[in-house]
Design a protein around this ligand. Sequence first.
Ligand SMILES: Cc1cc2nc3c(=O)[nH]c(=O)nc-3n(C[C@H](O)[C@H](O)[C@H](O)COP(=O)(O)O)c2cc1C
Ligand SMILES: C=C(O[C@@H]1CC(C(=O)O)=C[C@@H](OP(=O)(O)O)[C@H]1O)C(=O)O
Length: 392
Amino acid sequence: MRYLTAGESHGPELTTIIEGLPAGLNVDVSRINDDLRRRQGGHGRGRRMQIETDTVEVTAGIRHGKTLGSPVCLRVVNDDWKHWTKIMGIESLEPFDESEVKRQISRPRPGHADLVGGIKYGHRDLRNVLERSSARETTVRVAAGAVAKILLKELGIEVIGHVKEIGGIQANAVDVSNMQPDEVKKAIKENPVYCLDEEASKEMVELIDETKKNGDSIGGIVEVVVTGCPPGVGSYVHYDRKIDGKLAMAMMSINAFKGVEFGIGFDMAHLPGSQVHDEIKWDQEKGYTRSTNRLGGIEGGMTTGMPIVIKGVMKPIPTLYKPLQSVDIETKENFKASIERSDSCAVPAASVVAEHVIAWEIASAILAEFPASRIDQLRQHVQGQRDFAKEF
Ligand SMILES: Cc1cc2nc3c(=O)[nH]c(=O)nc-3n(C[C@H](O)[C@H](O)[C@H](O)COP(=O)(O)O)c2cc1C
Ligand SMILES: C=C(O[C@@H]1CC(C(=O)O)=C[C@@H](OP(=O)(O)O)[C@H]1O)C(=O)O
């Protein structure tokens, strides 16, 4: 399975084309829209999210609520587009209007793609860079991931993302994999920062407000947990088939993500092997399991059948209302960086993006493992693998 996305932040729309979905999958579009709404929320978002009402339109690959096996095309219209038609000039053959020159961006923001993107593609108007480097693109990545989650649910696999830490405030450790998926999802959705620790989340909200007042920004840590995945997805035989490599790539591909860990992650560096590796058990009901899950559900680039636990760290948002020092590329003089309308903390929204990019990668790896043209065929293959693994 693969997907492409297209679209600029202030262009008319964002689009994704998904290829490789089996036929016969029931796709309830309202479930995609629920996830899109969640991505728009979370305390710390800026004014743009008040303008948009992200809603998906299906333009190919689905009839009467079922996938056809042909490419699925999803589009999300930018409501803000109407304010930007002249500046964006998507279909205009005219050069940029000189009277609009002041609207060009020449003062790159440290930490954003502005300067290096300008140098790489030769864009002197740095808007040409920020339009595509913007995390607006994650809208349609969530839409594609929402379809992947629908497929995974059919196979008994759940994917849940939540916030672990914002600006140094840590949520109490919870084992999401031991909780009822629908209850956890409800609790996360109802929390202002998508966190399962009520007390910590109050402090997080206060810190976000204080940071915003100071013209600054903060980052944090998100966790994604996948339950119900059969063992043996991914492979040790070649570097590019290792599932941990693929999941790490997916997490790192989210704008502003700078690190990934599985299970107890970086703590493994200072613990002996006896306190890291998970002992193996077998019983009639569950087959092979592990006594602990410190490795986060992956051994040798393959899923073990235990919950997959992956965390990602998001740096603070680069656009600061008290901007950092930069250089104007027209005059080479020192200036404060440009101020674009911005979020002050997008860690909650990013936890939704993380959930969806991980769901996509798991669904895609499952289809690579058990190729199927129909959903009933896929269900059978996955169940066959579970049965085989249990009796092995
Ligand atoms: C959901 C989400 C929302 C974001 N919102 C903003 C924003 O409002 N302003 C900003 O400067 N960066 C924002 N970012 C981060 C930038 O998109 C990101 O830092 C930039 O693309 C540069 O990429 P890099 O940080 O991965 O190097 C956001 C990221 C995510 C995931
Ligand atoms: C639009 C979204 O996030 C945007 C991500 C973003 C960035 O630089 O990444 C900058 C801001 O863009 P704008 O200047 O249009 O407000 C955010 O609002 C979104 O998440 O849908």
